[in-house]
Write a protein that binds this ligand. Structure first.
Ligand code: TYM
Length: 331
């Protein structure tokens, strides 16, 4: 029986945080053992907000290196850069003609981003979820591992697949999300009601995958908790709850075990242990990442092989779509 297909993507729009890692990338490694996995560096998404070209180029390599340093094996999974496969833009156009303005304008991320960036309220920000749907549907994807913040976009991809299938005939697999329960949303260390984000200006709010040991330990020491001095896992103690989730993601221990272990300790002792836990866990990653970034030629080759494999798969779907909508095939 054919293996199921997994697709996910990460934008090269900033330095990755442990939120990206825990919510998405950490899961990718496990999935490649069981499924046919395709992971993309979605550079076309990232230009919906202004990027400095030099940084975008560098970050594109960095995301690819991050995938590999996190244990994704380019021999097992397809790793590629979105703009190397033009079929993404092509299918996105077709899907935009069956997307409703009303539904797109209700996307939470669009609403938030458009409030923040009125000088750059470009059409790409609005149609971004359609491009994301194209990414997913091109590969006949069954499963999409993402963080909680992508749930609504995923729902749109499902709607568009169903709409197209209904209007023409079954063409796309309707994908399902794989969103981790407790760790699908990691919060800011400074404002625990806000998502930890690679674009946060407060450098102490996020732990970057690139941070060195001392920085990680210091940031966790300074993370906001509360004045209750009671070690509990609950919504009212969001800061602490978030740190417990981070602990659980890196140690593999259950929330109950962590709470049991620290219930008579001050927060500071827990934070000290957590700092070392995260620093130790990310050490091997950082070394591997640094090595990979020294050899861009190797990364170029991986990108090239990945783009060839992805193009082949994407074209199969795109040809089918063009045929069904009535485009004449070139002879
Ligand atoms: P991006 O680049 O913002 O984030 C990459 C992945 O990290 C997850 N994530 C988080 N998870 C938990 N806690 C957080 N604080 C946190 N912050 C980010 C995101 O949910 C995501 O899984 N639109 C996507 C990229 C994309 C994509 C796709 C994903 C484009 N096409 C097709 C899947 C399939 C995005 O902006 O992710």
């Amino acid at each position: 029986m054919d293996k199921k297909i997994v697709f996910s993507g990460v934008q090269p729009s900033g330095d990755l945080t442990i939120g990206n890692y825990i919510g998405a990338i950490k899961e990718f490694k496990k999935l490649q053992e069981e499924y046919n996995c395709i992971f993309s560096v979605v550079d076309m998404h990232s230009i919906t907000v202004p990027q400095i070209p030099k940084n975008l180029r560098q970050r594109t390599y960095e995301i690819l290196a991050t995938y590999i340093a996190s244990g994704i094996d380019p021999e097992k999974s397809v790793l590629f850069v979105q703009s190397h496969v033009p079929a993404h833009a092509e299918l996105s156009w077709v899907l935009s003609t069956i997307s409703y303005m009303g539904q797109l304008s209700r996307m939470t991320q669009y609403k938030e981003k458009s409030q923040r960036s009125d000088e750059n309220l470009n059409a790409g920000l609005f149609t971004y979820p359609v491009l994301m749907a194209a990414d997913i549907l091109l590969y006949q994807t069954d499963l999409v591992p993402v963080g909680e913040d992508q749930r609504q976009h995923l729902e749109l991809a499902r709607d568009l697949a169903e709409r197209f299938n209904y209007r023409y005939s079954p063409t796309f697999v309707v994908p399902k999300g794989l969103i981790p329960k407790e760790t699908g949303k990691i919060y800011s260390l400074k404002e625990p009601n806000k998502k930890m984000s690679k674009s946060d200006e407060d450098l102490n709010a996020s732990i970057l995958l690139k941070d060195d040991r001392d920085t990680i330990i210091r940031k966790i020491r300074k993370a906001v908790t509360d004045s209750k001095a009671e070690f509990r896992y609950c919504e009212e103690q969001k800061g602490l709850q978030n740190l417990i989730n981070i602990h659980s993601a890196f140690s593999g221990e259950s929330v109950e075990d962590i709470v049991g272990h620290y219930k008579n300790s001050p927060y500071s002792a827990f934070k000290e242990d957590l700092g070392f836990l995260v620093a130790d866990a990310l050490d091997p990653f950082r070394h591997r990442f640094d090595d990979l970034m020294k050899n861009k030629k190797e990364l170029d080759e991986i990108m090239k092989t990945g783009a060839d494999k992805a193009s082949y798969l994407a074209h199969k779907t795109l040809r089918k779509v063009y045929r069904k909508i009535g485009f004449v095939q070139p002879k």
